[in-house]
Design a protein around this ligand. Structure first.
Ligand SMILES: NC(=O)c1ccc[n+]([C@@H]2O[C@H](COP(=O)([O-])OP(=O)(O)OC[C@H]3O[C@@H](n4cnc5c(N)ncnc54)[C@H](OP(=O)(O)O)[C@@H]3O)[C@@H](O)[C@H]2O)c1
Length: 327
């Protein structure tokens, strides 16, 4: 049975999470890491027992590397992914997959041209608790959905140059945090027919608070907000004709899922998960590669495009333009 060699580009928070997760993923090995400087790569490599590279390109040139995890800031996702795809590597790229639909389409075209696998690392899609909620809704036992309310807000320490507040680093609450409640809403209710958005733009020119509503052909709505200046509940409630489902903090990986029927009966339906939860998306990568697929049916390129095109529409309405990417 083949063991897949993973390479990780970027030694920060999420690169380390993926390295830890791979211990729970069959046929997977943390093979190498790349940093902008070799000292940082060496520290990571010692911790995770892998090879170290002092440039991203050197890792992508290593013929032993099968899959590359792009764990760099948002503004580099497209550039780093294209470099790896064009060197024939399979890629799992962090969320947001890229800054806009134009970049995502270039990434998809490159995966097709090189016949290599490419997937959005929106880990929430693979969380067994989120999948369970979707199955319950689809089963119809709660009747039709009438309203979904969800949010993700965390007060981030203010610094004009950090990734949350810097416009150059494509910051703001929407594409970093709002993407999770947006994804959960679209996963549960489907692609909206209408989006209405408004935002508070802070002094660095990015959205500190954004609120948006997804509309559908019937009268249901998804009412969503994101914030980098307020610690909000960061949960979701899906109201249905016969009761509601509540997903408690955090929306990206809920700690507890409960159902409450209109007659007052309630049940905790939370599943116990294994690993650090990032393992579930990596398992999907391996299963797809074993089947010779270049995209996942569970997180397809079209699924990513629906998310990113929705973010583009929200940014159009709130007037948030990232010059280096959008113009
Ligand atoms: N799926 C999730 O749950 C999740 C959670 C957090 C973040 N993310 C996503 O993952 C990406 C990285 O987030 P993170 O929290 O891991 O960030 P982070 O801790 O700052 O790490 C990002 C890494 O990217 C590299 N990098 C390259 N150019 C950089 C630059 N100009 N400024 C800063 N770092 C640079 C750095 O590694 P080297 O110095 O080694 O090159 C850095 O350690 C973001 O797009 C974020 O949205 C996803």
């Amino acid at each position: 049975m083949k063991t897949y060699n993973w390479g990780i580009i970027g030694t920060g928070f999420i690169g380390q999470k993926l390295a830890e997760a791979l211990a729970f993923v069959p046929q997977s090995k943390v093979y190498a890491v790349a940093s902008r400087n070799i000292e940082t790569a060496n520290i990571f490599a010692e911790k995770y027992n892998c090879k170290a590279y002092g440039t991203y390109e050197e890792l992508a040139n290593d013929p032993e590397v099968d899959i590359i995890h792009i764990a760099t800031p948002h503004n580099l996702h497209c550039e780093n992914t294209l470099m790896c795809l064009n060197k024939g590597k399979h890629v799992l790229c962090e969320k947001p997959f890229a800054i806009n639909g134009k970049e995502v389409r270039k990434m998809i075209d490159a995966a097709k041209a090189n016949n290599v696998f490419l997937m959005d690392a929106l880990w929430t899609r693979f969380n067994p608790n989120i999948i369970k909620v979707k199955k319950i809704l689809d089963s119809g036992i709660l009747g039709k959905v009438t309203l979904l309310k969800t949010d993700f807000g965390e007060r981030k320490p203010y610094h004009p140059e950090n990734r949350f507040f810097s416009k150059e680093l494509t910051g703001g609450s929407l594409i970093d945090m709002g993407i999770y409640p947006l994804f959960v809403s679209i996963f549960m209710l489907g692609k909206p027919t209408k989006i209405t958005a408004t935002a508070g733009i802070g002094k660095t020119g990015v959205d500190t608070n954004t609120s948006f509503v997804l509309g559908y052909d019937d009268d249901k709505l998804a009412v969503i907000s994101s914030s980098i200046v307020a610690d909000t509940e960061s949960a979701a409630t899906i109201y249905c004709e016969k009761g509601h489902i509540h997903m408690s903090q955090y929306i990206y990986a809920p700690a507890k899922i409960s159902i409450k029927m209109l007659d007052g009966e309630s049940e905790d339906i939370t599943e116990k998960l294994v690993g650090n939860i990032y393992n579930y998306e990596a398992v999907e990568v391996i299963e797809c590669l074993e089947k010779g697929k270049i995209q996942s049916d569970k997180m397809s390129w079209e699924d990513t495009l629906v998310i990113i095109d929705s973010l583009d529409e929200i940014r159009r309405q709130i007037g948030l333009v990232f010059d280096a990417h959008d113009l």
